[in-house]
Design a protein around this ligand. Structure first.
Ligand SMILES: [Zn+2]
Length: 174
């Protein structure tokens, strides 16, 4: 999977593909990262302080990437999405600010995962099948029966049904 790389000022909406990150400890040696060997690591012995990085698989503009982040960004991420069970399918907005050693990242939650989506993913079923349990005809019948004999019943029924029809039409499009 290619690494996610943003230019200074660039913004990316990332859809999460996995719930837990891989954690690695590494040194920056001659312009590239080298895994820290822990006990007996020659770089640690040489006075270099290892850095911990976290990586997650994400989708950005239709392609999959490995998003590697510093411990500080990972902490921000965990504050936005503390519940690991509600991460897959969520969308975060990542913005790179500055370059070189001044680089920092802004992170916002764009689209949380609803409990319904959550259930759908866990069951591996189509989300719409759970979000739309009744046909339009079923709902029409219920609305009609509920509103019979009420003041303004007919007007409310018309408004509700128009909204429902639009909603069903949109749901089918997706
Ligand atoms: Zn080391």
């Amino acid at each position: 999977m290619p690494w996610l790389r943003l230019q200074p000022g660039q913004v990316a909406n990332l859809e999460l593909r996995e719930a837990s990150a891989r954690r690695r400890t590494q040194h920056w040696v001659d312009g590239r990262s080298v895994e820290c060997a822990g006990n007996g690591c020659p770089y640690c012995a040489g006075g270099s302080t290892p850095k911990t990085v976290y990586s997650l698989q994400v989708t950005w503009e239709g392609s999959e990437y490995t998003w590697e982040m510093s411990e500080a960004v990972w902490r921000q991420f965990c504050e936005l999405l503390p519940d690991a069970a509600r991460r897959i399918g969520a969308v975060v907005r990542l913005k790179r600010i500055g370059s070189g050693p001044q680089t920092r990242y802004d992170l916002e939650l764009v689209r949380p995962v609803s409990p319904a989506q959550d259930t759908a993913q866990n069951n591996g079923k189509d989300t719409q099948a759970i979000l739309v349990p009744f046909t339009l005809e079923d709902v029409r019948k219920v609305v009609h029966e509920e509103l019979l004999g009420q003041d303004f019943g007919q007007m409310i029924e018309l408004i509700v049904l128009t909204a429902l029809e639009n909603w069903y039409a949109d749901a089918e499009k997706e």
